[in-house]
Design a protein. Structure first.
Length: 537
């Protein structure tokens, strides 16, 4: 009988998650994270990254356990053969004390590997438009003020650029110490809070005036101070805080599933999207009709199946899965999608639509391209149309006019969602949002019903004429109308509107009438606005 083999320890990975922007996670880090059995992370700071975990992965709260408890948990899991990932903001070996954790793992004879991450010391200045080195400046000194009190005289005399981490809540004291150590008051400096997020804010000026310029910043947010002549390049190199919608707080009245693409595009323009569901999707009260239609689908009853929303795709897909069916049941059936998003939902299911409107992506656009029934070429004359319970009859009537029989079946019900939290309702009514995006008439009706009308100074952007009419019926002024009925066009139109308003505000002798994110008073040193603010209506 062979001796029992000792279980081999699994690896503990020390992963640099980069700064706050989840898009800065490295490819290697994402791969390791997806395969981890146990993940040690901060549930708030690393929330977007935790969505990448495999099903069943255990998450340990790094903010709730001390260093010894986290080490014991990691060692125990590794000795049990489970892969452990310890997430650090930035790089594990830059201002994160990952080296202490690695040393303890080595002492415990547990194998570990390090996945370097993008340190906030270098990423945040880049997001602030500050090149830490250029042809004239090659030296950079990085100091973590959270580790221990530095030798201020030595620091003040360091050559090149200074990057100080952990400045939050102590800027005035840091500046006072540097000035006392001999650093000139006129030295160029910039403080960036909440770096790499859409809440990022940078103030720039001389070192002596910086504490006064930064009085409006949240002292609790992570902040990085850059000192040196390289700060003077910020006016030309600022790219993040000058995005069209940077700092705009935009209300998105859609469910999380529906708002994904829209919110992602808003973030790409620098906005802060706030998703507020206005409807909830529920199964039909009597599913028997839907079940018969689905049975008829794979029995050859229909030539066409038309989807007018992603919710319809989701409802049919879920019903198929309950029956143990998949996309192969659509063999021989032509499929139509009302627009690109619905087509993408079908593609994710493995179905390539035969018909997607090339122009207007709406029921009217789909109807405009719907083929007439041909009793010679078309072997079947029936269309399956799974829709919401509140869908209009325009599409059904139009398809019938083209000679088809239509089974118009309720695939799901839309009901009004519960009211949002009190803080969001208050922000809606008092102008706490810079803009609101309406993607359908129902989002207008339901938002007003559960939260009240947006404040008059909030920019109202709508996806199409019908939604605009509904908004006006509810007493809202429409500021932005998408040139084509798609969420991409809607966000593009809002961004164009913001740029136009900002340009008008810059050239007009009086502030623009609508809320505009624009530069504040320029610093005498750099010409860079210390803060982006909304113009008063």
């Amino acid at each position: 009988m062979s001796p029992t083999r000792k279980k081999k320890n699994a690896t503990v990975w020390l992963i640099g998650a980069g700064p706050a922007d989840p898009g800065l996670l490295t490819v290697h880090a994402a791969e390791v994270l997806a395969d981890a059995d146990v993940v040690i992370a901060h549930p708030v700071a690393h929330a977007p990254l935790l969505e990448r975990l495999s099903e069943g992965a255990e998450v340990l709260d790094a903010s709730a356990l001390d260093a010894d408890a986290l080490l014991k948990a990691a060692v125990a899991a590794a000795r049990d053969g489970r892969t452990v990932a310890r997430l650090y903001s930035g790089d594990p070996f830059v201002g994160c004390r990952g080296s202490d954790f690695a040393t303890a793992l080595a002492k415990a004879k547990v194998p570990f590997e390090v996945v370097p991450g993008l340190s906030a010391a270098f990423a945040v200045p880049s997001y602030a438009g500050i090149a830490l080195t250029d042809r004239a400046h090659r030296a950079v000194t990085v100091v973590d003020l959270g580790a221990e009190e530095p030798q201020w005289t030595k620091l003040a005399g360091a050559p090149g650029t200074l990057v100080l981490l952990g400045v939050e809540g102590r800027l005035a004291g840091v500046v006072e110490s540097l000035l006392a150590a001999g650093l000139p008051e006129g030295t160029a400096a910039a403080l960036t809070a909440a770096g790499t997020t859409t809440a990022q804010s940078t103030v720039a000026g001389s070192l002596g005036e910086l504490p006064g310029l930064a009085t409006g910043l949240d002292r609790s947010l992570p902040a990085i101070l850059v000192i040196g002549d390289v700060v003077r390049s910020r006016e030309k190199l600022s790219w993040f805080e000058t995005k069209p919608l940077f700092g705009w707080k935009v209300l998105v009245p859609r469910t999380k599933e529906q708002a994904g693409v829209l919110s992602e595009q808003l973030r790409a323009y620098g906005a802060v999207p706030v998703e507020v569901p206005t409807i909830a999707v529920e199964p039909p009260r009597t599913p028997a009709t839907l079940d018969r239609a689905i049975q008829g689908l794979f029995a050859g009853r229909y030539l066409w199946c038309a989807f007018t929303s992603t919710n319809a795709v989701k409802a049919i897909r879920e019903r198929f899965e309950e029956y143990g069916l998949d996309a192969r049941a659509f063999a021989g059936v032509k499929v139509a999608a009302v627009g690109d998003q619905t087509a993408a939902a079908l593609a994710a299911w493995g179905i390539k639509p035969d018909l997607v409107p090339s122009g207007d992506q709406s029921s009217e656009g789909l109807l405009a391209e719907w083929p007439p029934y041909d009793d010679v070429l078309d072997p079947i004359d029936r269309v399956f149309l799974p829709r919401a319970d509140i869908a209009t009859e325009t599409l059904v009537a139009g398809i019938k006019e083209r000679g088809w029989e239509v089974d118009d079946v309720t695939a799901y019900r839309t009901v009004r969602a519960a009211p949002p939290p009190a803080a969001i309702r208050e922000a809606i009514k008092t102008g706490g949002f810079d803009a609101v995006l309406f993607t359908s008439s129902s989002t207008v009706r339901n938002l007003v019903g559960i939260a009240g009308k947006p404040h008059a100074k909030t920019v109202v952007a709508v996806i199409g004429p019908q939604t605009a009419a509904t908004a006006q019926e509810h007493g809202l002024r429409v500021d932005v109308l998408a040139p084509a009925p798609s969420v991409n066009e809607l966000v593009e139109a809002l961004a164009d509107y913001a740029v136009a308003q900002r340009e008008a505000a810059a050239s007009a002798p009086v502030p623009a009438r609508r809320p505009v994110k624009k530069a504040g008073p320029a610093s005498k040193l750099t010409g860079v606005a210390p803060k982006r603010v909304a113009a008063k209506a």
